[in-house]
Design a binder for this molecule. Structure first.
Ligand SMILES: C[S@@+](CC[C@H](N)C(=O)[O-])C[C@H]1O[C@@H](n2cnc3c(N)ncnc32)[C@H](O)[C@@H]1O
Length: 464
């Protein structure tokens, strides 16, 4: 069936990862870039015995729920794939995704999935964006057909499924403040000064990556990754940013000649300002360093943490474990209502920040440990610490390692609050935890408007 056009498919509903479902001769067809209610001709990109995948090539009818996307990059950029769906429906589809995954994978009894808690800001809500420099700018079909010579240097986002093609972003609606100006001015400066943009295939070029982090308190961190150690060019770039944007409170760079863009194992240089930014929540200050995770929608993170705290319903005498604690945000957020909070996290720099975060807020009942969860949460750890009354766990998209889940079963804390950014892996973990725990509450929270991503908080209680 590959590359065949299947005509007139009615798009029936949303499925996981933002794809939609239709049928062709009783076979399920997953289609991207459509909305429930559309009727489309679909070009099949993958044909398996039980399902097919495809993309729309012609629309015969548009869904009545469609709205006009606001971004000029919509359709090419992988960032905000749901701009064509109104926000109320986005929220209900997110709830539906949680319900579907839980019914399909968790196979445990579940209570009502509560309506998705919406984000007040549906644009400019992200506090962190990561842009890539490339000498392989993505060209549209018309541009290619025109046979004109285009400047191929670009600064923007990866095109989905094409690791070496970058969309040259003109305006991004995800991050406010000076984010758009910094990116566009830096790109223009680099071109004017004939600085090289990274060539990912050959792994060479000066300018590699740009990270901009903002806070609700008005601070901005800018990190430039260089692919080559060229002190005079690096100085030229950093001094340009320093002079042009006095709003930057934390200006850093890193030289990264490795095969990938991650820099957790590299040394960052603070060019000017402080080596961190500070977020604020309920009067608490959170220091965030360049290597530390912080929830990317600060305002909505507050709503998320309130749900987690509410589900934990602490009285003041509990021992709380905060697993995958990052910079200790949840740990410090709930510390006032607990006897002691123990946070565990992989990234050592984040744990350093977590300790500082307790210190600067005068919090004395927290303990933090750095290490891989499956290694650190062992028999010795349990013997050296009090048993938890409540476990809050907030793993990355991959969910918890099975060894960690087995340890949670062994710990048998009366309550587990499971925060997740991936309901599929959360459901997989719940299937295992279901041996001893029952699901009491399920609250999806929308941290990422205009995308299919959903954060989900679950309260589990130990079966009697
Ligand atoms: C979704 S974030 C949660 C952070 C924190 N709870 C918050 O709200 O800011 C997941 C965290 O898990 C950490 N992590 C990922 N894999 C880990 C592992 N194997 N062991 C320990 N921590 C890990 C990441 O570094 C990240 O900080």
């Amino acid at each position: 069936m590959k590359n065949k056009i299947v005509p007139n498919i009615l798009i029936e509903r949303i499925a996981s990862e933002g794809k939609c479902v239709g049928h062709h001769e009783e076979k399920v067809v997953f289609v991207s870039g459509v909305a429930p209610g559309d009727v489309v001709d679909v070009r099949i990109t993958k044909g398996k015995s039980s399902f097919m995948e495809g993309e729309p090539v012609k629309f015969h009818q548009y869904s009545k729920d469609r709205i006009e996307p606001f971004c000029s990059h919509f359709g090419t950029c992988g960032g905000c794939k749901w701009q064509h769906i109104n926000y109320d429906l986005q929220k209900s589809y997110k709830r539906q995704q949680v319900l579907d995954q839980f019914q399909r994978i968790a196979k445990v009894q579940i209570p009502e999935v509560l309506p998705t808690l919406g984000s007040e800001k549906t644009k400019y809500y992200r506090n962190k964006l990561d842009f890539t420099f490339s000498n392989k700018k993505w060209l549209t079909l018309e541009q290619i057909r025109s046979e004109e010579d285009f400047d191929r240097n670009a600064l923007g986002f990866h095109i989905p499924k094409m690791f070496d093609k970058i969309i040259d972003v003109d305006h991004c609606y995800l991050q406010g403040g000076i984010s758009n100006d910094v990116r566009n001015e830096l790109r223009a400066f680099a071109k004017e000064n004939k600085l090289s943009f990274y060539d990912i295939r050959n792994q060479e070029g000066l300018l590699r990556n740009l990270i901009i982090r903002t806070t609700s308190t008005g601070q901005t961190m800018v990190i430039v990754q260089f692919g080559e150690s060229d002190p005079s060019s690096i100085d030229l770039v950093m001094e340009f940013l320093n002079q042009k944007f006095p709003e930057i409170t934390s200006l850093l760079y890193v030289i990264n000649t490795k095969g990938n863009e991650t820099f957790h194992d590299l040394e960052l240089v603070t060019y000017s300002g402080l080596p961190y930014i500070e977020e604020e929540m309920e009067g608490l200050k959170f220091r965030v360093g360049p290597k530390s995770f912080y929830q990317t929608n600060s305002e909505q993170a507050y709503e998320l943490y309130k749900v987690a705290r509410d589900f934990a319903s602490l009285k003041g005498d509990e021992i709380v474990y905060d697993l995958y604690t990052g910079t200790g945000t949840i740990a410090n957020f709930v510390a006032k209502q607990a006897k002691q909070v123990i946070g565990v996290e992989y990234v050592e720099a984040a744990i350093e920040d977590a300790k500082i975060n307790s210190q600067i807020n005068g919090i004395e009942n927290t303990l933090f440990y750095a290490g891989d969860m499956k290694d650190i949460l062992n028999e010795e750890f349990i013997q050296n610490h009090a048993a938890p009354d409540v476990i809050i766990t907030d793993p990355p998209r991959a969910g918890m390692d099975e060894k960690v889940v087995q340890m949670l079963l062994r710990l048998a804390a009366p309550k587990i609050v499971y925060v997740s950014c991936n309901p599929a892996t959360q459901a997989r973990d719940l299937a295992l935890l279901g041996e001893q725990y029952q699901v009491e509450k399920i609250q999806p929270v929308d941290m990422f408007p205009q995308t299919y991503h959903v954060e989900n908080v679950v309260l589990l209680t130990l079966k009697k």
